[in-house]
Design a binder for this molecule. Structure first.
Ligand code: HEM
Length: 564
């Protein structure tokens, strides 16, 4: 009884301490709090922190108002002052630490970037062209720029292998934990545990093996037939090739990924589920600069908006697929390879149904918009560079003297076409930013520069692939440059490199080669009247992948005599 009343007396005393002393204590606690959470990755724990903070406030208010007997108004005012002092302690400590004591303090970069990731968010929201912002920073500050408190962008060719591999030694950054950091709830692309990612990658690799790809080939060709028939039906009137490329690649991925038809090529309209995905691209792209904010927002029910349509569609398709896929059935699409791994209890299977549904979404997201933008960009370069187009047509006429009826995919794999595709992927990489990885505890030595451990690093694809030190006359579209340099050895990594690199590269190349070779064989490709391609070139958005403006092209049938 005495102990109890002693505690209450002590509590009352604490709650009645002079306000200045309480505020000073809160300020010091703020500094201590910052330094105690500094080593912890809190990106995915913002809700927990918010709940803890709110609970503390509610308790403090109750204490001041009723136990300390200050009354409701004075109690609320005290909580407000204590909060203010605590937060000034936290943020003041963060600012001073990041500017003057941080392990990256010697790296150049804008002050705002050193202070907070909000700087990147603001820059990214300005024009949604963060790729160009990073390029400008490298011009101003050099090859190693601090683009965030803990982030270094490295514009050096020698960093590609060190950061991405092979061999891949650097794990993915917290950016990839936007959905979750639980390996049972992530797609393969968001899996940060390198061992688990490698295991899961084996099931994906089976879905993209030479054997599997050869079974996809006739189906990709069927979709290409459909696109070519739509081009022929346009009769030379303007076609928005940004849109039609998107229809094509989503229809291909619907079929190859899930054996489903989005029917966009036949209807000429965007599927509702895909529209739901595209409506959110700018939000996802810009908020992605602040991983904790995206993780925080994505936990709010209903915030996904029309993205729910896309998620719902994928969920339904997956359920149907699981019901209809027999245990001994030979897989005929990518998702069936993952389901088969699950049936066989193979280690490479997605570790849970949730992870499988994340993979289902990934198939469509990773495989469609990327290839669509690559296709539209390459059409743009062909229209803008008639000499390149004519050279391509000359080669096509030699390989396929009888025109369309001679066409085979095997023969469409020739060097000049691949050089055109590579040149397009060099100038406009579809994932233009520096994919973020974390340096090991012992740090990373890149040439003469030592980068401390636990730093988020990335090599900016857009900036590096346009750097005059690595590519002569870098801003010119010159497919011929690839006759002198090897795409494998050059600082060229549009599909990334190492263990996390693109699993669908061969499928993407198949789609690009099929459409471009057949379109250039049968049609002359030019800007439509009133179109000069300038807005298409300059107004492209960096939404993690590229989001392209419309591009109006006209396709005029080539005369048979033009081939002779
Ligand atoms: C021109 C077209 C494409 C480009 C430029 C491209 C580029 C990339 C890049 C840069 C990455 C690495 C992403 C990262 O590290 O976060 C990646 C990963 C991936 N891509 Fe592609 N991609 C293309 C087409 C495709 C296609 C057609 C598919 C088929 C489904 C696909 C499936 C994937 C998957 C599943 C991953 C994750 C791999 C992993 O984490 O192990 N991509 N892609």
């Amino acid at each position: 009884m005495e102990v109890e009343s002693g505690t209450i007396t002590l509590l009352r005393y604490a709650l009645n301490v002079e306000l200045g002393v309480t505020a000073a204590t809160a300020f010091v606690l703020g500094i201590i709090f910052h330094h105690s959470i500094r080593p912890i990755e809190i990106d995915n724990r913002v809700w927990t922190l918010l709940i803890l903070f709110s609970s503390f406030n509610a308790t403090a208010f109750f204490g001041y108002a009723f136990v300390g007997q200050h009354g409701i108004l004075a109690g609320a005012l005290r909580v407000f002052i204590v909060d203010g002092a605590f937060l000034i302690g936290v943020y003041g400590s963060i600012a001073i630490y990041r500017l003057f004591f941080h392990r990256l303090r010697k790296f150049p970069g804008p002050w705002g970037a050193k202070l907070s990731r909000f700087w990147a968010l603001k820059r990214s929201m300005k024009k949604v062209q963060f790729n160009y912002e990073v390029e400008a920073l490298h011009k101003q500050y050099g090859d190693f720029v601090r683009i965030g408190p803990r982030e270094i962008s490295i514009n050096r060719a020698s960093a590609i292998e060190l950061v991405y591999g092979p061999p891949s030694k650097l794990p993915k950054s917290p950016w990839y934990s936007q959905v979750s950091d639980d390996i049972n709830k992530t797609s393969i692309n968001s899996t940060r545990d390198m061992h688990i990612q490698r295991q899961r990658r084996r099931a994906w690799d089976r879905g993209f093996s030479i054997k599997a790809i050869s079974t996809y080939e006739p189906r990709v060709k069927a979709k290409t037939d459909l696109l070519l028939s739509r081009i022929a039906a346009s009769g030379g009137s303007p076609m928005n090739i940004t849109e039609w490329s998107m229809f094509y690649t989503f229809d291909v991925m619907g079929d190859i990924g899930l054996s489903k038809d989005f029917e966009m090529l036949t209807t000429g309209r965007e599927h509702k589920a895909i529209k739901g995905l595209h409506d959110q691209m700018i939000t996802i792209g810009t908020l992605g600069t602040l991983p904790w904010l995206l993780a925080f927002c994505s936990a709010i029910p209903g915030i996904a908006g029309t993205f729910q349509d896309f998620m719902g569609y994928c969920r339904d398709q997956l359920e149907e697929k699981k019901r209809s896929t027999g245990k001994d059935q030979e897989p005929r699409d990518v998702i069936s390879w993952l389901i088969k791994a699950k049936y066989e209890n193979d280690q490479s299977a997605p570790p849970s149904d949730f992870a499988l549904s994340e993979d289902t979404r990934l198939i469509i997201i990773a495989g469609s918009d990327t290839t669509a933008a690559a296709l539209a960009n390459t059409f743009f370069y062909l229209a803008k560079n008639p000499a390149v187009q004519q050279k391509l047509q000359k080669e096509l006429d030699t390989i396929f003297p009888g025109g369309e009826k001679d066409w085979t995919y095997e023969k469409a794999k020739f060097a000049y076409l691949d050089n055109i595709i590579n040149e397009s992927l060099r100038l406009k990489p579809l994932v233009p930013g520096g994919l973020p990885r974390i340096t090991p505890p012992q740090g990373l030595q890149v040439d003469e520069v030592y980068i401390p451990g636990d730093t988020v690093v990335g090599v900016p694809v857009h900036t590096l692939q346009r750097d005059a030190r690595y590519f002569e006359r870098p801003l010119e579209f010159m497919p011929e440059r690839w006759e002198q340099i090897s795409a494998e050895k050059a600082p060229f990594f549009p599909f990334s490199k190492g263990a996390f690199s693109c699993v669908g590269k061969q499928l993407a190349m198949m789609e690009l080669r099929m459409v471009l070779s057949r379109a250039a064989l049968s049609f002359n490709i030019a800007f439509a009247d009133g179109e000069d391609g300038v807005k298409f070139d300059t107004d492209v958005l960096d939404t993690f992948t590229l989001t392209l403006p419309p591009l109006k092209l006209k396709f005029t049938p080539r005369q048979a005599t033009a081939r002779t």
